[in-house]
Design a protein around this ligand. Structure first.
Ligand code: FAD
Ligand code: SF4
Ligand code: SF4
Length: 576
């Protein structure tokens, strides 16, 4: 009997359409755009998949326009952002992650002067707004505020805009020509820039409809040891400021840098370029250093020496050089921040001689001129983390962003994301919609770090695809391994001859080739993998040209989404 049935089926002249397996279904596959893992963690809110795809197609102008919808500073970010996009790229489990930062850098460099790449601003609102500070947070605020149709003025105490991008980060990481190229938008969007104009009293800003404080963190923390005010002892920011203004001090041959953050790395690397031998002394271990891993590696490649687990206990300055007394440390119990506290090892004192000592122990905002009610911890402004509104009754419409604010990461791309958030919240405030601010901001939140999309706010687009593609959603077995495009660096010896850029970047072809490695995670590209693997042959072409699923035959087995190489399909429960 069994054999008879088998014969019947094998012998049939009909096809599998006689077996409508769709009736078995509890779940239904649908094509769904989701946020790729790279963009989900970009603090500036870049639409990475879009600009990378356009770069792969060599439509560089459109690619830059896509970046500029969210981020005014691509040349800068492509150079100094800590690029979490790369760490989170799905190619990590295949071969090596995409250098999204270098693609962004190339786009910024290639066409940054083309004002046509900027989004069209909204019609003028007649509102005048001001930002204090022209670091990345203030610049992003000014950019997005201008795109929203407001008349913007930037007040900056220094002689040129950029904040730490100009006076902190040295030119071998961010050439000033490239920074200036990014700042082209100031003129194009008609933003008024008042340099050499420190604001010392909020009353000076009384006439503005809204104000943002983007003051940064410029006060160097001090060592708690005697003799630190000697002329041979420099604060890290003062030293870098002098170097970056073309007025570098004579450091002598031996420089000790005390600290383990980005400022310490830049001080040591700059001192090496001035002809000194720099030694970085840090009280914790190498793994505890807050500096970016790339910076530590570059410093090591350039010959900077390191002394870990040492802390200074005194400075003796009998000219012409100084002697710093150090004590070796071991890691003690965790402190309130969860990090183990270094504690002195008795009897472990030793001395190092130096011609110059540079202290780089971290920076705090200079907010002493503001009313005490504005200030949260360590001089930072007590702004609301969602709306950036400063917690004060002294003035309405006062926002804060960047390093001066009590929340958010202290990096360039975080400052850009915070400036954007504060600008959008300011627009909501000027529209009298502050009560719905949380809902409006939630609708334009992209990714899982809470960053906003300015494009979605301006264009009034529907909610962003906040769901993020997980690593398990991507079937990496179908992804062809491709070698990453090589990154060229100046030879270590050549670097010491000046402040030329170390990372030599890419040609257009290089950038397009690297962009071509992108798997376009979270977006169906009609590659046909689902069609190949569907056991019910129920993948059909949908109205938009992308795959659709024939409900008569799809039994909801989910094989299509298990096979999808980019996580472009999800299963939804069938309504019965
Ligand atoms: C040496 C160094 C290296 C760094 N390297 C990196 C890096 O590689 N990658 C990274 O992501 N981050 C890096 N950072 C951190 C990064 O630079 C900051 O997080 C970022 O610049 C903060 O931006 P901001 O706009 O809040 O402040 P800032 O960039 O500090 O800008 C604040 C601006 O406000 C102005 N200002 C302040 N008070 C007033 C006032 N009362 N009136 C008028 N103007 C005023 C200041 O002059 C300044 O121009 C580095 C920082 C330092 C110090
Ligand atoms: S801003 Fe930073 S995280 Fe965002 S795309 Fe650029 S390099 Fe990546
Ligand atoms: S492969 Fe492309 S879309 Fe996927 S995480 Fe990497 S850069 Fe983003």
């Amino acid at each position: 009997m069994r054999e008879d049935r088998l014969f019947e089926i094998l012998g049939t002249t009909t096809d599998t359409r006689m077996n409508p397996t769709g009736t078995w279904r509890y779940f239904r596959p649908v094509i769904a755009d989701r946020q790729p893992p790279c963009a989900a963690v970009c603090p500036a809110g870049n639409n990475i998949r879009e600009f990378v795809q356009l770069a792969a197609e060599k439509d560089f102008h459109a690619a830059l326009a896509a970046v500029k919808k969210e981020n005014p500073l691509p040349s800068t970010c492509g150079r100094v952002c800590h690029h979490p996009c790369t760490a989170n790229c799905s190619r990590n489990g295949v071969d090596s992650p995409l250098a999204v930062n270098l693609i962004e850098r190339k786009l910024g460099d290639m066409v940054q002067k083309h004002s046509a790449c900027l989004p069209a601003p909204r019609a003028a609102t007649g509102k005048t707004v001001a930002v204090v500070g022209s670091g990345p947070a203030g610049l992003a605020w000014a950019y997005h505020a201008a795109l929203l149709g407001h008349t913007v003025t930037i007040f900056e105490s220094e002689s040129a805009p950029g904040g730490m991008l100009r006076w902190g980060i040295p030119a071998y990481r961010l050439p000033r020509k490239k920074l200036d190229g990014d700042l082209h938008f100031i003129d194009t969007l008609g933003i008024e820039l008042r340099t050499n104009h420190p604001i010392q009293d909020l009353k000076e800003l009384d006439g503005y409809d809204a104000v943002c404080l983007a003051l940064g963190a410029h006060a160097s923390r001090r060592l708690d040891i005697p003799n630190q005010d000697m002329p041979q002892v420099w604060g890290g920011l003062s030293f870098l400021r002098a170097v970056n203004s073309g007025d570098a001090p004579d450091t002598g041959k031996r420089v000790i840098v005390i600290g383990g953050g980005n400022t310490a790395m830049d001080c040591a690397r700059a001192a090496m370029r001035l002809g000194a031998k720099a030694t970085v002394c840090y009280r914790r271990t190498r793994g505890d250093m807050p500096a970016l891993p790339d910076e530590i590696a570059e410093a090591e490649a350039e010959g900077v020496a390191f002394e870990f687990q040492v802390m200074p206990s005194g400075i003796d300055g009998k000219a012409p050089f100084v002697t710093v007394e150090f004590t070796r440390t071991r890691m003690g119990e965790p402190g309130p921040d969860g990090r183990c506290r270094p504690e002195a090892i008795p009897g472990s004192k030793f001395e190092l001689d130096a011609d110059t000592v540079i202290t780089a122990l971290g920076e705090m905002p200079e907010t002493g001129w503001l009313p005490a009610e504005f200030i949260a911890k360590a001089g930072a402004l007590s702004a609301d983390p969602i709306t950036c509104l400063v917690n004060t009754t002294a003035r309405s419409g006062l926002f804060a962003a960047g390093d001066a604010s009590a929340w958010g990461g202290r990096t360039v791309s975080h400052a850009i994301g915070a400036g954007k958030r504060a600008a959008i919240a300011m627009d909501i405030f000027l529209n009298g919609e502050m009560e719905s601010a949380q809902d409006i901001l939630a609708r334009i939140t992209v990714g899982d770090t809470g960053v906003l999309s300015s494009r979605m706010y301006r264009d009034g687009l529907p909610q962003a695809p906040v769901a993020v593609v997980a690593a398990l959603d991507i079937n990496k077995a179908h992804v062809l391994k491709t070698a990453p495009v090589a990154i060229k660096h100046l030879d270590a010896a050549e670097r010491m001859t000046g402040f030329d850029e170390v990372n030599m970047g890419w040609s257009e072809d290089d950038a397009a080739a690297e962009a071509g490695r992108c798997m376009r995670c979270g977006s169906c590209t009609s590659c046909g993998t689902c069609l190949l693997f569907c056991p019910d042959i129920s993948v059909i072409q949908g109205a938009d040209g992308r795959p659709d699923f024939d409900s008569e035959y799809c039994k909801g087995c989910g094989i299509c989404l298990r096979e999808c190489p980019r996580g472009g399909i999800v299963l939804v429960e069938e309504e019965k």
